[in-house]
Each structure stands twice: as structure tokens, then as C-alpha cells.
Design a protein around this ligand. Structure first.
Ligand code: PLP
Length: 226
């Protein structure tokens, strides 16, 4: 099978699973944006996905995203979802229309300084034990963090999270859904919830995700990061 056919078959499989998850959760497919996570895959794969109709792409590293973005048509929406490094912000805001991984007020201020009104999500940390940290604001700190962001010129759209390893993703996303609902009572404009990857997007859709970030189910095993 050539690469295009392989990716097309994987994408069709993922779309079927999304449709099933939506039906199961009594949600409309239109409520969910599929972000194809193309990190470590070549720009040729991004182009194939573009030709197959995908318009939202996710990258974790500025170096990769800033190289790929100019090679794609301008109707692509790029999402940065990796760990933010202060010195990379100037570049990230130039190619990524959404930044999913804001978890530091100083970074938020720097994003706003470089790109006023930039579209962002706050990453929350669902890890309860002192296990592997995958970034994000701790749940008890979230209300204050969001309140402080009110003074920063950003277009805050909602929350993002990654399910912790070793926890049933349904449990993790139930916690996330509760926090999201609670936050929306105070800030009705925060309508987006970015959650769910290849291994757990069905659970994320069941718990209200509006953006799912899928890499390996569509593109296959990732080449190692170098
Ligand atoms: C890599 C990555 C994904 C995609 O992961 P897959 O398991 O390949 O679908 C989604 N979100 C984040 C934050 C990632 O780093």
C-alpha cells in the first residue's frame, strides 16, 4: 500500500470511531474538531492529510511547526500543544493560531505582548500523585490562574489536558469535565475542551471534548524524536 492509501485508510478508521463515539454520547460530529498531530512526521504526510480534507494540525515543537506551516496552504489552522519555552514564543505565535499548553502566567503575558488577542487554552494537570508530570496548572490553582489571565490580552477559549499514564482515562476525563463545567459557570465564553489522543479519544468525546488530538492512529508509529 502506498503512503496515501495507508493514511486514508487509517483516517477513515478514526473517523468511524469518532462517529461511533459521538453517537454513543448523543453528540453531533460537528461539535468536534479533529486535530491531526503530525509531530515527527514529514511535511509530505501533512500534505496528504490536507488533500484528504484535514485542516487542523498539531505540533509540539516550534522548530518543526515553523518549518512545516509555510509549506501548507493558508487555510490550515496550526495548533501548538507542546511544552512552551519562553524564548520560542516569538516564533510560535507566528505560525500557531492556537496555543493549547498555557500553564504559566509569565508565558501568557509574553504571548500577549508578541501577539495581542492570541487564541489560547489553559493546560490543566490531572495527575493526582507525584507521578510523571506532563505539564499544566494544578487543579487547585486553576481558578486563580484563570482569573489572573483576565488581565492579559489573550483570547482564552477553554482548557486542554493529557490523561495521566496509569489512570483509567474515563476517570481522568470525568474530573476534567467537572472542572470544565465549573469554570464555564463563571466564564461562559470558555467553550473549548481539548482532550483525547489516539488511545483515549473515545473517552474524551464521552466527556465533552471539542478538540481531539490524534497522531499515531492516523499516521502510524512515530519516528523517534531526534
Ligand atoms: C503526541 C501528542 C498527541 C498525539 O498522540 P497520539 O497518541 O500519537 O495520538 C496529542 N497530544 C499531545 C499533547 C501530544 O504530545
Amino acid at each position: 500500500m502506498n503512503r496515501r492509501d495507508e493514511i486514508a485508510a487509517n483516517l477513515a478508521e478514526v473517523e468511524r470511531a469518532i462517529a461511533n463515539a459521538c453517537a454513543e454520547a448523543s453528540r453531533s460530529r460537528d461539535e468536534i474538531t479533529l486535530i491531526a498531530v503530525t509531530k515527527t512526521f514529514p511535511v509530505e504526510d501533512v500534505q496528504i492529510l490536507y488533500d484528504l480534507g484535514i485542516r487542523n494540525f498539531g505540533e509540539n515543537r516550534d522548530q518543526e511547526g515553523s518549518a512545516k506551516a509555510p509549506a501548507l496552504p493558508s487555510d490550515v489552522i496550526w495548533h501548538f500543544q507542546g511544552h512552551i519555552q519562553s524564548k520560542k514564543i516569538k516564533s510560535i505565535v507566528q505560525w500557531a493560531q492556537w496555543i493549547h499548553s498555557v500553564d504559566d502566567l509569565e508565558h501568557a503575558k509574553k504571548i500577549a505582548e508578541r501577539s495581542p488577542g492570541h487564541r489560547v487554552l489553559v493546560q490543566v494537570d490531572l495527575e493526582k500523585s507525584s507521578g510523571e508530570k506532563r505539564g499544566g496548572v494544578q487543579l487547585p490553582d486553576l481558578p486563580t490562574f484563570i482569573q489572573n489571565l483576565g488581565n492579559v490580552d489573550l483570547d482564552l477559549r477553554g482548557l486542554m489536558s493529557v490523561a495521566p499514564l496509569g489512570i483509567n482515562p474515563s476517570d481522568a476525563f470525568l474530573d476534567l469535565e467537572r472542572v470544565f463545567q465549573e469554570m464555564r459557570r463563571a466564564y461562559p465564553a470558555l467553550t473549548n475542551l481539548s482532550a483525547g489522543m489516539s488511545g483515549d479519544f473515545v473517552e474524551a468525546i464521552a466527556h465533552g471534548a471539542t478538540h481531539i488530538r490524534i497522531g499515531s492512529s492516523i499516521l502510524g508509529k512515530r519516528p523517534p524524536l531526534i
